[in-house]
Design a protein around this ligand. Structure first.
Ligand code: SF4
Length: 264
């Protein structure tokens, strides 16, 4: 049954810590990481505390409202006011889940963990119906704590300054990985966006942070913001891959595939 398209957000100010600004909700195919190709529901949060040079994600939706594509792939967008209540998101996920054989619900951004109180309400409500998949910058360990018991999969970035253009986050990543790894029911893999400027010193830092050599490492060559293509010298690709493959059991090179499919 379709939900009413506009919900009132009374008391949203007083519930500020329990609501979240969302950009879009849609069903599509995962384009990155070890579950590439799997059908997922995507919940995209607004805002991020980082400013990666390669970031292709707008930090808010054009209308300021949450855009929901229903039915999937139709291009029909329904608008919901922000910030959204957790119950509204759960109803929308329940609406989308039966429209395909979804592997999981991906919470992405922006940085979803900025709204960890919202997530810690939503995750227990959907976990009996679907796996929860958290896409995160991997820098906010204290925010992960309350969400971790209900998180099935963590796609954790390790931000390399050569690609982000920002200061190193290695200490934050180390604390985050340690916490994620301490809860074995939660599966965690690492995503590294890298480019021509990536150094062996940065890869050595990754080696130190990711102490479990069985943790999958996904190497994602940076995609150009101009034309959505990858420009990387094969010699650099193999230098990076060789270094990590000599130290970890499962290293894969996977570019962003959803950009090839031209899907959301
Ligand atoms: S962490 Fe992700 S959303 Fe935030 S700036 Fe970097 S790429 Fe963009």
């Amino acid at each position: 049954m379709m939900l009413p398209l506009l919900h009132t957000s009374e008391n949203s100010a007083s519930l500020a810590t329990k609501t979240a600004p969302l950009q879009e909700i849609f069903s599509s195919v995962q384009g990155e990481g070890i579950y590439v190709g799997k059908r997922q529901i995507f919940v995209r949060f607004a805002h991020c505390h980082l400013k990666c040079a390669y970031c292709d994600t707008p930090m808010t939706s054009p209308s300021g409202q949450c855009h929901v594509e229903l039915p999937p792939g139709s291009g029909q967008i329904h608008y919901y006011p922000n910030p959204m209540q957790p119950e509204t998101l759960v109803e929308l996920i329940q609406e989308l889940l039966p429209t395909a054989r979804h592997h999981s619900v991906s919470f992405t951004g922006g940085e979803p963990l900025l709204y960890h109180q919202f997530l810690s309400t939503v995750f227990p409500l959907i976990q009996s119906q679907s796996k929860t998949y958290l896409e995160t910058s991997g820098t906010q360990a204290s925010f992960l704590e309350s969400v971790l018991p209900w998180t099935d999969i963590i796609a954790m970035d390790i931000k390399l300054p050569s690609a982000t253009g920002e200061a190193p986050q290695f200490e934050n990543h180390a604390a985050f990985y340690k916490l994620a790894h301490s809860h074995p029911p939660t599966e965690c893999f690492i995503k590294l966006v890298f480019n021509e400027n990536t150094t062996i010193q940065e890869l050595a830092a990754v080696e130190e942070i990711v102490f479990d050599r069985k943790t999958p490492i996904i190497l994602q060559p940076e995609t150009s913001l101009k034309d959505r293509k990858v420009y990387l010298n094969p010699a650099k690709l193999f230098e990076v891959e060789n270094y990590l493959a000599a130290r970890f059991e499962d290293v894969r090179v996977i570019p962003q595939t959803h950009k090839m499919l031209n899907v959301l």
